[in-house]
Design a protein. Structure first.
Ligand SMILES: CSCC[C@H](NC=O)C(=O)O
Length: 139
């Protein structure tokens, strides 16, 4: 189900709760909403659709596939951190963020299977942005 985009900065600054297997429907809604906004948006976190659960969806720019993660955590960063201006569907304008060129992420898939996967480049940047949302960090 496609949901409205949350733009309340106070709400978006609250840390999301851990997701559970009961939250699969939220993950589906998040993915539907991201796809519906694909012209302006490459990644979303569940708080952007008003749900404070740690779930993210994003377009993997390497594979061209959409991916969903529950409770993602960056367990390793590599390369030299850089600063970049980022925009967001939930926020006005652009803001500067510090990002790493490569990351290793531990997360649960929608079947609650634990996974570890590495990402680089713009995909890694998107994931860092969405994990910031889970932690209430507005870029
Ligand atoms: C380069 S990271 C930007 C991510 C942003 N998504 C919002 O959560 C978007 O524009 O899709």
């Amino acid at each position: 189900m496609i949901k409205d985009i949350m733009r309340d900065e106070l709400f978006l600054q609250m840390k999301s709760l851990p997701a559970t297997k009961e939250d699969k429907g939220i993950a589906d809604d998040l993915l539907d909403t991201l796809k519906a906004n694909a012209m302006q948006c490459v990644g979303m976190a569940a708080n952007m659709i008003g749900v404070q659960k740690c779930i993210i969806a994003f377009l993997n720019k390497e594979s061209g596939q959409y991916e969903v993660m529950l409770n993602p955590v960056i367990i390793k960063t590599s390369g030299i951190a850089y600063r970049v201006m980022e925009g967001c569907l939930s926020l006005a304008g652009e803001r500067e963020a510090k990002r790493y060129p490569q990351i290793k992420v531990q997360y649960y898939d929608t079947d609650m299977k634990l996974k570890i996967k590495s990402y680089k480049g713009f995909t890694a940047q998107i994931i860092q942005h969405e994990i910031d949302h889970c932690n209430g960090i507005l870029i």
